[in-house]
Design a protein around this ligand. Structure first.
Ligand SMILES: [Zn+2]
Length: 260
């Protein structure tokens, strides 16, 4: 990280260039020139060229999230990418881990890096997306730090998307209402074997779609004993407990290498 959110070190430089904010409105991540940049979330792409920001890509989520009690879509943006040929087109749907561009130094930037921003958004009555926090002194951006979940988009790309091979050891029970990276793995795993709908982008939220997918999976794989059969029908996919985790691991856990 080169510069964090809210950093005021370069305010004079920004002001000189017509950008007036309270502090840096994103996180600057180190990158070398030409380094691939991957989508940090699932969503729809809106590439943008701006004299100050350079070449950028906005990704707008298709799912709504709760933001201080308000339903929002998130716009996740990356600036200063190479401008020779845009990797993604307007309206293109990407998944976390898909390639969206290459790192560069375009726009108001003093070295190759990725400026990462997060803006909570909503649609107005005529369907235009607007920044919910536009007047906050950060051009609508909020601190991205709380939104990182510890997964690297690059790893998602290699392990889950490109090769379409999912290996994951499931050991954390999940239940309806959970929102975490384990749920994301569950959704992708169930999607890869046809239980989570193909046209729904996994979003880490254990809601009705995940429940239905898990229920279908449980009916097939977690009915070996009468007690679990009863459990399956009683909870109808609301809980991913020990038996379901075991069934998932039978399919998705990476092969164990036995010591010689
Ligand atoms: Zn920046």
């Amino acid at each position: 990280m080169n510069q964090g959110f809210g950093d005021t070190a370069n305010l004079a430089y920004y002001a000189l260039n017509g950008i007036n904010f309270k502090g840096h409105n994103g996180q600057d991540c180190q990158a070398r020139y030409g380094q691939p940049v991957y989508a940090m979330c699932d969503g729809v792409c809106f590439p943008e060229v701006d004299s100050k920001q350079g070449q950028g890509v906005n990704i707008v989520t298709r799912e709504q999230f709760d933001y201080n009690g308000k339903p929002v879509f998130y716009k996740v943006l990356v600036w200063h990418l190479t401008d020779d040929d845009a990797v993604v087109k307007t309206g293109q749907v990407v998944r976390a881990g898909d390639l969206i561009g290459y790192a560069d130094n375009t726009g108001l930037s003093t070295g190759t890096h990725c400026h990462v921003g997060v803006k909570p958004c909503a649609y107005n009555s005529i369907g235009t997306l607007y920044n919910l926090e536009d007047g906050n002194g950060f051009y609508g951006a909020v601190d991205p730090a709380p939104y990182w979940n510890g997964l690297f988009a690059e790893d998602l790309n290699v392990n889950l998307v490109k090769k379409n091979i999912i290996t994951h050891t499931f050991y954390i029970p999940m239940k309806r209402g959970d929102v975490n990276s384990e749920v994301l793995y569950l959704q992708r795993a169930l999607q890869s074997i046809g239980y989570f709908p193909e046209n729904v982008i996994p979003n880490s939220i254990f809601g009705p779609v995940t429940q239905a997918a898990l229920f279908a999976f449980q009916k097939k794989y977690v009915t070996n004993t009468m007690s679990s059969f009863v459990e399956v029908w009683y909870y109808m996919g609301q809980y991913c407990g020990a038996k379901s985790l075991k069934a998932l691991n039978a399919i998705f856990a990476p092969p164990t290498v036995l010591p010689k």
